[in-house]
Structures are given as structure tokens and as C-alpha cells.
Design a binder for this molecule. Structure first.
Ligand code: ATP
Ligand code: MG
Length: 389
């Protein structure tokens, strides 16, 4: 493992040790090293207090100083250095009321969420520290909470979402007691701010295994807390939208559109989850147009109107959504083929150089008024619209 650790990370650990402190790699990076995968980010745990970490290294950021985390900048690399800690009581199901710095690495590892994430690596001794059997679980493909899963999910409900994320990401099975606790405590997710839920949800949506992860979110009850309208006003069966999401490329707005395609007012739903305004509108826009193209007549004038409202550049996304929904069984074979035909017509139309709105016509309102020698009025707009279509 030693050889897989980048030099700047080793340098940070060396420097802490030379200053009389212990320092280890911890969490996801150790898990990934053991899987033979290059870690995305590197976390170091140390006995040094945050103030000392800030003193030892010239360039730092106080990223999560209240919880003991300082980001150390080393060239282009950023390493999160966190002081070993024990967590105080969790009062609100989100985070500890206070943290206590100090203790040993074993204690620090036991406060972590899952056994596979609760390992440390000491590169100076080339030693793995694994007090909860994380390596064995990793090799057996098992996701298991550290300690009593009911206690751990009550402390921080986000761990339930993380469980489903890791299972999908790493192709694991959830250990039965951990799964039972998750299902019975799922309502705890309601206590979390959507700012914390969203990043984990996004990671789940971008996985290759999104369809089965969504099925687990459904089975556990978590999905109903995140997207209640999926259960009250969905015009497609859940199995269909899960499959559709899985058939779409791993692009967030497309995967969300696949999942939420049977709902109305998707933009408000997403804004409520703290997705950006433009992003939420974009997903809502796509779904609205899918609904229109699947129901409305396909005469040339309607198609032109449709294309100008959709926007030529959105046609590829709509095509992907239509194909995924057809393949997922959202329509009868005949319906699906008919909708795909409309899309092909739209594709041909999009290549033609026609005006996308009355404003792009070669004539404007004053031309018409001059030509007819009549007084201006709302009738001008009506004529322009007729000319355009
Ligand atoms: P990724 O590879 O996606 O970054 P990760 O395991 O590194 O996965 P992070 O969110 O970066 O996940 O967290 C780093 C480590 O911090 C985890 O491996 C885990 O040990 C611990 N951790 C993170 N969130 C929690 C939590 N909510 N409860 C307990 N421990 C947590
Ligand atoms: Mg990480």
C-alpha cells in the first residue's frame, strides 16, 4: 500500500510525526487502497490539535475547524487533516453536540459509520489498524455499521443514505441487522437539512447501479421522504422510472428527469431540495415537453411550435428520455414507436432553418400595419403567429 500513497501526502504525515505527533491515513482512502482503486481524496487523522496543524503547515484552510478538520494545501494537492476525536452526545439526529479532541486512533475509528470506512493505515510502519473487522467485511462484500446500527442511525440519519450509496458504489450486500435498523429508523431522515441529503442523493443517482439503489431507497422508505409525490401523483409505476433512470447516461439532470418523469411541477420539488433554480427548471422543462410530445397531435404546425418551445439544443436530451422510458416499459410498444417517430420528425425539422418564434420572421408588426393600412392592435400579434406557424 505504501507505494500507492502520493509523495505530498507522505510528506504531510512525516512532518506531523517529526513534530512529535502520530498521523495516519483514515476512512475512504484506506478502503480504496485496499480495493486497489486510486482514492479520490486523502484524509489524515492526527493526534496534533487543529491550531498546531495550522502552525506546522504554511498553507491551510480551516475547513471544518469545529470538528477538528484543517485542509493542508501542498502544491496542487489538498489533504484534510483531522484531529483524533471522540464524539459527544448526538441530540438532534444530525451531529454531536460537542466533540472531544484526543484519545487514540482506535476510538477515532469507532465513531465512523461503517466497518469498511473505519480503518487506518500507518505508512511509516506499513501497518493497517482495523479494530472493527473492516478488511474482512470488505473482502466478503459486506456493509456493516460500526457498533449497534440502531444507535448509529439514530445519531446521524445521513448514514442511512450513505449505506445505500456505498452498497451501490462498491457492489456490497447490507448486513441484515444494519438493513433492519435502516428500514425501521428511516423516518429520521426527515430531520436532516436537504443540503446534506442532496450530495449523497446525487452520488446515488450517478452510479451505474442507480436502478437497484433506487429500489433500496423505496424498500427502506427513504425515497418517500425525499420525493413524496412519487407515491401520490406518479403517472408511471416506480419500477418503470427506476429502470428509465438506470438506462440514461450518468448525467444528473437526465437521471432526475428519468426518475421524476411521471410528476408535475418537478421544478418546485427540486428547488425544495436545494437544487439550483436554473437546474430545477431545466429538469421540469424536459419532463413537461415529454408529456406534451407523448400526448399532443403531431401535425407540422404543432411540431414547429413544440420545437420552438423546447429549444433545438434540448432535442437530444428529450430523445434520450423518450428512448429510456420506452425501453423501461413506460408505454405500450405501439405508443412508444409513435412517440419515437414524432421525435424523428422533430430531428428533421430542427435541421431546417426556420424561425423559432414570430420575432425571427423576416416581416414584423410594422410591415403588416403598413401593408394593410390599419390601426395597430392585438390583431397584429395574431397574424404574426399565423405567419410563423
Ligand atoms: P468517498 O470515496 O466517496 O469520498 P468516503 O468514505 O471517503 O467516500 P467521506 O464522506 O469523504 O466518505 O468521509 C470520509 C470518512 O469519514 C468516511 O470514510 C468515514 O470514516 C467518515 N464519515 C463520513 N461521514 C460520516 C458520518 N456521517 N458518520 C460517521 N462517519 C462518517
Ligand atoms: Mg472521501
Amino acid at each position: 500500500m505504501y507505494r500507492q500513497v502520493p509523495a505530498p501526502v507522505l510528506k504531510i504525515i512525516d512532518r506531523l510525526e517529526k513534530n512529535g505527533h502520530r498521523a495516519y491515513l483514515v476512512g475512504g482512502c484506506v478502503r480504496d487502497l485496499l480495493r486497489g482503486v486510486v482514492p479520490q481524496d486523502w484524509d489524515v487523522a492526527t493526534t496534533a490539535l487543529p491550531s498546531l496543524v495550522q502552525e506546522i503547515f504554511p498553507r491551510t484552510l480551516p475547513t471544518g475547524i469545529a470538528y477538528g478538520t484543517v485542509t493542508v494545501i501542498c502544491g496542487d494537492d489538498e489533504v484534510e487533516v483531522t484531529t483524533l476525536r471522540r464524539d459527544g452526545i448526538y441530540r438532534n439526529g444530525r451531529h454531536p453536540s460537542r466533540v472531544f479532541f484526543g484519545g487514540d486512533i482506535g476510538q477515532d475509528l469507532r465513531r465512523r459509520d461503517f466497518t469498511i470506512n473505519a480503518m487506518a493505515y500507518d505508512p511509516r510502519q506499513d501497518e493497517l489498524i482495523d479494530p472493527t473487522g473492516g478488511l474482512e467485511d470488505l473482502q466478503a462484500g459486506i456493509l456493516r455499521a460500526v457498533g449497534d446500527p440502531r444507535v448509529r442511525f439514530r445519531e446521524d440519519a445521513l448514514r442511512m443514505l450513505r449505506a445505500i450509496r456505498f452498497v451501490g458504489q462498491l457492489g456490497l450486500e447490507i448486513e441484515p441487522e444494519t438493513w433492519q435498523a435502516l428500514c425501521s429508523l428511516h423516518t429520521g431522515l426527515g430531520r436532516l437539512a436537504s443540503e446534506r441529503i442532496r450530495p449523497e442523493l446525487d452520488k446515488i443517482l450517478l452510479q451505474g447501479s442507480v436502478a437497484s439503489s433506487l429500489a433500496k431507497l423505496d424498500e427502506s422508505g427513504l425515497l418517500g421522504l425525499i420525493f413524496p409525490p412519487l407515491y401520490s401523483q406518479n403517472s408511471y409505476p416506480l419500477t418503470v422510472v427506476f429502470r428509465a433512470a438506470g438506462l440514461l447516461p450518468p448525467v444528473l439532470h437526465l437521471r432526475l428527469a428519468g426518475l421524476l418523469v411521471g410528476l408535475t411541477d418537478v421544478a418546485s420539488l427540486l428547488k425544495g431540495l436545494h437544487y439550483g433554480k436554473d437546474f430545477s427548471r431545466q429538469v421540469g422543462h424536459l419532463i413537461k415537453h415529454l408529456d406534451t410530445i407523448s400526448k399532443n397531435p403531431a401535425d407540422p404546425a404543432s411540431l414547429r411550435y413544440f420545437l420552438s418551445s423546447l429549444g433545438r439544443e434540448k432535442l437530444t436530451d428529450l430523445g434520450l428520455l423518450v428512448n429510456s422510458l420506452k425501453e423501461a416499459g413506460g408505454w405500450s410498444r405501439g405508443e412508444g414507436t409513435e412517440i419515437q417517430k414524432r421525435l424523428q420528425k422533430l430531428g428533421r425539422l430542427a435541421k431546417e432553418d426556420f424561425p423559432l418564434s414570430p420575432a425571427q420572421l423576416a416581416v414584423d408588426g410594422s410591415d403588416i400595419i403598413d401593408y394593410l393600412e390599419l390601426k395597430p392592435g392585438p390583431w397584429v400579434g395574431v397574424i404574426l403567429e399565423q405567419l410563423w406557424l
